[in-house]
Structures are given as C-alpha cells and as structure tokens.
Design a protein around this ligand. Sequence first.
Ligand code: CP
Length: 316
Amino acid sequence: MRHYTHINDLDNLQKTVQEAISLKENEFQFENIGKGKTICLLFFNNSLRTRLSTQKAAQNLGLNTVVMNFGSEGWQLEFGDGTTMNQNKSEHVKEAAKVVSQYCDIVAIRAFAGLVDKEKDEAELVLNSFIKYASVPVVNMESSVGHPLQALADAITLEENKVNHKPKVVLSWAPHPKALPHAVANSFINMMQLQDANFVITHPKGYELNHEIVKNSTIEYNQEKAFENADFIYVKNWSSYNDYGKIALQDENWMITKNKMKLTNNAKFMHCLPVRRNVVVADEVIDSKNSLVIEQANNRTYSAQIVLKKILENIE
Ligand code: CP
C-alpha cells in the first residue's frame, strides 16, 4: 500500500482489523519500524481525535512527527493550473507539496469539504494535489468525501463488540444545527459494504447520500422500523447531498433516545465524535453502558498505527 485515501486501499479489511487488534495487545511491538523517518501531519481543519491518535500511532512506530495547522499557520495555497497569483494566495501547492516531501517520509492531510461546490469537493483538490505533487505517501485524515481512518477504527470496534456472526448495523442520520460533511457516513458505508452484516441506512427524505457510494445498501426512511432488532446503532449527521450542503429539515424527533434504543436488540451506540449532546443523542444513551464512543476514539490509534505500519513496510 502506497497511499491510504480510501478503505479499499487495504488489501483485506478483515485481516487488517485482526492485525490492528493484535497490535493493540502490544502497541510497541513495531517501535523501530519508523526509526529515522518522519511523518508530517497537515491540518487544514480542526481536530482532537485525529490529531492526537495519529501522532500517538506514529510515535508508537518510532516515527518522528511534525504537526502543522496549515489552515491557520500556513500560506494560503493556490491549486489552479496557470493561475496568475495576484490575489490572496501566496504559495502554489506544486511547491508546497514538493517542499513538504523533503521534510518527511509520509504526509497526512485533513481537508474538509467546503459544502458549497459539490464538483470541487468531489475533486478532492487538496488531497489529490498532494498525491500528484508530493513524492511521499499520502494519508487521508478526513477529506471532502471520506474519513477512512475513522471507518477502520469503526470496523475494529464492531469486531471487538459483536456477539452475532452477522450483526444488524444501522447507520442513522440525526439532527444538528450546522451543515456537516458526508465524509464519515460515506466511509462508514464503504466499510460496511465489505462486512458480513445486515446493514441498514436510515434518514429522513431529502438526506439521500451519493447513490454511487450507497449502491444497493438498504435504505429505511422509518427510523423506528430501522432500529428494530439492531445490534449496533451508528449515528451521524450530514447535510443534504442533492441540495448540496443545505440543511433539508431539522427534525428533533430523529435524536437518539433511550426509548428508541429499546426497539433494538440491546444495541451498542456508536458515534465518531465530537457529538452534540441532547441534539444528536440524549445523555441517557451516550452515558449508558452500551455506548462505545470512547472505545471508538481509542481505536483511532490502532487504525492509524496499522495503516502507517503498512505504508512503512512498503517504503523500506
Ligand atoms: N472523529 C474525528 O475525526 O474526530 P476529530 O475531528 O476530533 O479528529
């Protein structure tokens, strides 16, 4: 594996999940694999989990880590070809990516969707420009369209907590006051399509995701019906995809409550975090013993660590 930009970059998801679980048992077992090498983590957007867990994962592998909040500290980048740069953009990504490549052996990038121009977001300008102009492997720490490190952490968490061979897993939309990107939901769907599970997506009409990602996954518009006999409830807000980046409706009845969880098969509650309490999920659910949110965040370290290990093995 050279770059990690999508869950499909892994040769075998199930095998990778097992490797990550084994890594978790002794997180320092490959502490020298990154010795003498450096990873640059470039953040064009805020983060808590991704920043700290990826840095920890890198350090567990012996990598030096350099972190930069590019969005607030770096020069504003130009991405267009042939642009006359006489406005507010100071540096072209062609130089920036090549310069960064001299300082590190892997570059990891977080660059969210702008949610204004669908075509531009789907072109993954920041991520793909670094892939094009950098000379080192690139890791996606959440781009416009996907969050594959989160999806791998979610796969690890599902594997560790499933009691049925073929669990029912429900991805549910929930309300949120701000328009949020589709990346986490997209990557969760990508990952679930590689699992032996009964997978159902539930959301109000108007929140249909990209049909090229959803493919033939089951959609159930009735949230309570979707929850029946579920083993896992994975919750995430996203803005409208068809009416791109807009909030189609703000129905507080879609919040995850104790009564809704009673419809399930004693389901575990999952969310990638950060989460708005009593908007997305009621306190009584996120604080219950069935909540896996802290475990999920913990698994972000092992998700990043197994990915970085695979990349390092390829560049040695
Ligand atoms: N889940 C996740 O990516 O969290 P952060 O945005 O805090 O990194």
